[in-house]
Structure formats: C-alpha cells, structure tokens
Ligand binder design. Structure first.
Ligand code: HEM
Length: 223
C-alpha cells in the first residue's frame, strides 16, 4: 500500500515539477534549473520503478495498443533525452561547470523539445490510465461515482484544454515555429499553470477515449 502511494506521489510530483519548469519567466533561471534537475532525478526513479517494462519489450506479441504504447514511450524518451542533453549544454548555473558548447540552436532544441514533452506526457498518462486507476483502486478510490465523475471532469477539462491550446499558441510551437504569445506572470501566474494542466488533460483524456473506443482494452479491465 505504502509502495503504491509512494509511486503515485512520485509521478504526481514529477507532473507538478514539469508544470513549474514551464514557468521559466515567472520563477527565473536558477529556480528553473533546480526544478528541471529535480525532475530528471525523479524521472530516473520512475524508470527504475518501471524497469520490468523495459526488459519485457522483447517478449510477447505486439497487438495494436502495445505497439502504439511502445512507439509513444520511445518518442517521449527521445524528447526527454533532447531536453536533458541540451540542459547540460545551456545551463547557466547548476551545470555551467561542464565545459560543453552552448549555442542558439541548442536553446531552440531545448525549448521545442519541452513543448513536445508536454504533449507526449499527456499521451503517456492517457495510455497508462488503466494502471493509474488500478493504483487508485488499491487506495480505495474506485467505484462508479469515481469512474463517471472522473470521466465527466476529464471531458470538461479536456474541452478547456482545446481552448488553452489556442491561448498558449500550442499548435504553432509544436510546428517548431515562433509564437508571439507572451505571458504576464504578475497578473496571471495561476492561469498559466491551469492552461498547461488542461492541455495535458486534453491529450490524456483523448488518448484514453480513443484507445477505449477502438476496443483496444478488454472490456472488463477498462477504467
Ligand atoms: C525537464 C525539465 C525542463 C523543462 C520542461 C524545460 C523547459 C524550458 C522551456 C519551455 C524554456 C523556454 C522558456 C521560454 O523562453 O519561454 C527553457 C529555457 C531554459 N532552460 Fe529549461 N527545461 C527543463 C530543464 C532544464 C534544466 C535541467 C536546465 C539546466 C540545468 C535548463 C536550463 C534552461 C535555460 C538556461 C533556459 C534559457 C534558454 C534561453 O536562454 O533561451 N532547463 N526550459
């Protein structure tokens, strides 16, 4: 029970740190680098917790859901690796002592990888929703009220996510293009975090619904 709770807490902390890492112009460079580094340490633990998944890759059959899941996890790993590798090079404080060449292109790669990470994390959560619900069930969060309440809340937040994606100019950023959207953290700091949470929910909820609609999950096990 404690292990399950710890794993859920760890993943939730990683999500909070990811959202905070995006508020670069609110928290400043030093806080950003510390938060980003902490996030990578938590991710290392997340990988260790799920190490069986990696070793099972060569075993068993690849049905559509598994193939999509593995492909998405691979893209997420690539985006995270770009984010981490560029972090070492562009760091101004925490890793500034590492003699790596910094460049404008590396800063761009860091930024664009970060926006793709946001989308891929949403897809990753959506694909693993069954497992999250299984963990939640072990903690007593189960039953029709939670299930339908969760679906209704997910649908409403996902709709907001569509609007938030427009507000944050997400589609432009995902095309590796420059956005003119600047955020006023003095008056709208919490809205910034809220918009990104809604965007992650949009991709998580969308993936969850699509995989269920396609009948990729056995009915009995569906959340
Ligand atoms: C995994 C977590 C991270 C995410 C999601 C992330 C995301 C971002 C984003 C979105 C920006 C652009 C801010 C903007 O201009 O709007 C940025 C900039 C920056 N990040 Fe990160 N970052 C992460 C980790 C790190 C780490 C670990 C370091 C260094 C130790 C770092 C160093 C920097 C620096 C120096 C900039 C400024 C680049 C410039 O001058 O244009 N980041 N990051």
């Amino acid at each position: 029970m404690t292990r399950v709770l710890m794993r859920l807490l760890l993943d939730a902390t990683a999500l909070v740190l990811l959202l905070l890492a995006f508020a670069y112009w609110w928290l400043g460079n030093f806080a950003h680098e510390v938060i980003g580094t902490a996030l990578f340490l938590i991710l290392a633990r997340h990988l260790l917790n799920n190490r069986k998944w990696w070793s099972s890759l060569r075993r068993g059959r690849y049905h559509p859901r598994r193939a999509v899941g593995v492909a998405l996890t691979f893209f997420l790993a690539v985006a995270m690796t770009v984010l981490l590798a560029t972090s070492f090079a562009i760091s101004r404080t925490t890793f500034a002592w590492i003699p790596l060449p910094d460049s404008f292109a590396l800063r761009e790669a860091h930024m664009f990888a970060a926006y793709w990470v946001m989308v891929l994390i949403g897809l990753h959560i959506g694909l693993n929703w069954q497992r999250v619900m299984m963990f939640a069930g072990k903690l007593g969060v189960a039953g029709p009220v939670w299930r339908w309440g969760g679906l209704a809340a997910g649908a409403i937040i996902a709709l907001q996510g569509l609007r938030s994606a427009a507000v944050m100019d997400l589609w432009t950023r995902l095309r590796f293009d420059y956005s003119l959207v600047m955020w006023d953290f003095n008056s709208q700091a919490f809205q910034f975090v809220g918009h990104w949470m809604a965007i992650i929910t949009l991709f998580a909820f969308g993936t969850h619904c699509i995989t269920r609609a396609l009948g990729m999950f056995p009915r009995r096990a569906a959340a």
